[in-house]
Design a protein. Structure first.
Length: 324
């Protein structure tokens, strides 16, 4: 007998092909049912899937409720989560209550129920958590000069959409006035009929970059996508470990190198540091000599075995690229 799927409550533009097999009745005798290179292709693949908020598994350990995510995932104090029984929570289950972050470990976080939460989690086979409120140090602060030019109303419409559309950004964005301008990371203003973004972050302006080298047209859709991307950029840039057990035991050194008489296992002459460490107060500031070779050395003084991933954060276009 033909199988039918009720799509009245499902937007297929963001669903994968294997979703169909999971959603149909289980008595289909075909095996395998959905395998191959295109298994994860979107059903109507005119666009990428929605970049919604991540959901995290939740487990019970004695009387403790543990979120399977911690500091390395960007969990910060005062973050709040809504718990659901089903990973397809938006369609199939009611919320189990609101919880706030307690003790944050590297990979797990204790969740504490808020006063209005009274649903018991005992006996549940699966529990997932969806972030409902940003925690500390997760606000991206913008300054917009007052009184607001009507051509900047598109910015406020975009901000309103960011607040209304759940899961579209990792970081809350708020606007402050002239009195609190010193706490803002960016200024949004006008240059003629175009929207420009000025840097106010001391980490950026200290090195001469004061304006993003492109302008935006005053269009709500354009501004929305740029603000969402900028919010994610700063969310990753400002992430920090809640524990100093590892962070204080990692040292980054930058040296000019010279070719020595030592040989590597590949039969090449080894390049060794020559001269002092060029890192001063966390910054390397020098005029590059094109005839010189430079090297980065990461010293791990912790008891953990670590592997370095290095990312380049480019404030000129808010891109993040893998460097190593």
């Amino acid at each position: 007998m033909p199988k039918f799927l009720d799509v009245s409550t499902v937007y297929l533009g963001t669903q994968y092909l294997y979703f169909l097999c999971e959603s149909l009745e289980d008595d289909c005798r075909q095996n395998p049912q959905c395998e191959g290179a295109h298994r994860e292709r979107i059903i109507f693949d005119g666009k990428a899937p929605s970049a919604g908020r991540l959901s995290y598994p939740v487990g019970l350990k004695g009387d403790r409720i543990l979120l399977e995510a911690g500091a390395v995932h960007g969990i910060t104090p005062k973050t709040e989560f809504t718990l659901f029984e089903d990973r397809n929570f938006l369609l199939r289950s009611e919320p189990l209550g609101e919880y706030i972050v307690g003790d944050i470990g590297h990979f797990t976080t204790e969740l504490l129920p808020l006063p209005e939460t009274s649903v018991s989690l005992d006996g549940l086979m699966t529990i997932v958590a969806l972030q409902s409120k940003a925690g500390e140090s997760q606000d991206l602060i913008l300054y917009i000069p007052m009184p607001v030019d009507e051509r900047l109303l598109d910015v406020f419409e975009a901000l309103h959409r960011l607040m209304e559309v759940k899961g579209e950004t990792h970081q809350s964005i708020r606007v402050i006035d002239e009195e609190h301008k010193d706490s803002a990371k960016l200024e949004i203003t006008l240059d003629g009929d175009d929207i420009v973004i000025n840097h106010l972050d001391p980490r950026v302006v200290a090195y001469g970059l004061t304006r993003v080298p492109y302008t935006l047209k005053p269009n709500p859709d354009v501004v929305f996508h740029h603000l969402r991307a900028i919010g994610r950029y700063y969310w990753h840039l400002d992430r920090a470990s809640v524990s100093n057990n590892i962070q204080d035991k990692i040292k980054v050194q930058f040296h000019e190198l010279e070719i020595s008489d030592e040989m590597t296992n590949h039969g090449e002459r080894r390049r060794l540091p020559h001269g002092p460490d060029l890192v001063k107060d966390g910054t390397v500031d020098l005029v590059i000599n094109e005839d010189s070779i430079y090297g980065l050395n990461i010293v791990n003084k912790s008891s953990e075995i670590l592997y370095a991933y290095i990312f380049l954060f480019d404030h000129s276009d808010f891109s993040i690229r893998e460097y190593f």
